[in-house]
Design a protein around this ligand. Structure first.
Ligand code: S6P
Ligand code: ZN
Length: 186
């Protein structure tokens, strides 16, 4: 199969805000969109009732979802906690497990959590200039451990797709909690 021919294009990426120009889709995730993800359910319900904060947004430039294409996007993950647990993304496997991804930290700090269905797990500290490699078969979730938005750019294969259901059922191997001494991995 060959990829749909596209004309070359360029995008303007603002390293501080994560703004991608142009973008073709924007996804918002509020706390109410990820109720099962956080350990402290009563803290989550309290925050949802108090205004349901925006946890993160993803700006993406869409190309055909097929082999050979590469999708570019930015994620802006806002600071905050649910109980002691830092704001994070839902996390996913790629539907096509054999597809990897590259993350480039732009602003703020956090972790890239990774895990496999065979029980492997890893946590990469992320910040400006750090490239995090997501190998094929590894689920990935990001966590903001700072006081400002954690912003990163990502590139992944067009055919990858997203499997959120497996994470919703199994949870993630590690949690990142705020402690007096700083972020702690549990
Ligand atoms: C896509 C890539 C990121 C995430 C984004 C939000 O493959 O890994 O763009 O989609 O960081 O995370 P999630 O888990 O809600 O898709
Ligand atoms: Zn991904």
């Amino acid at each position: 199969m060959t990829a749909t021919p596209l004309n070359p294009f360029s995008l303007l990426l603002d390293f501080r805000s994560g703004a991608l120009q142009p973008y073709t889709s924007r996804t918002e995730r509020h706390l109410s969109d990820m109720k099962g993800a956080y350990a402290d359910r009563s803290a989550l319900e309290h925050l949802v009732d108090a205004g349901d904060p925006l946890v993160y947004e993803v700006l993406q430039y869409d190309v055909p979802e097929e082999v050979g294409q590469l999708i570019c996007c930015t994620t802006v993950l806002h600071p905050g906690t649910v109980g002691d647990e830092y704001f994070m993304t839902k996390g996913h496997y790629h539907s096509v497990r054999e597809t990897g991804e590259v993350y480039l930290g732009l602003c703020g700090r956090g972790y890239l959590l990774l895990m496999t269905e065979e029980g492997g797990h890893s946590a990469t500290p992320m910040g400006p200039g750090i490239v995090g490699y997501v190998p094929p078969y590894w689920a990935h979730r990001t966590v903001n451990t700072g006081e400002e938005p954690f912003v990163f750019f990502a590139v992944y294969p067009g055919q990858a797709g997203h499997d959120y259901g497996t994470i919703e059922q199994s949870g993630f191997a590690q949690r990142v909690l705020r402690a007096a001494e700083g972020p702690v991995l549990k």
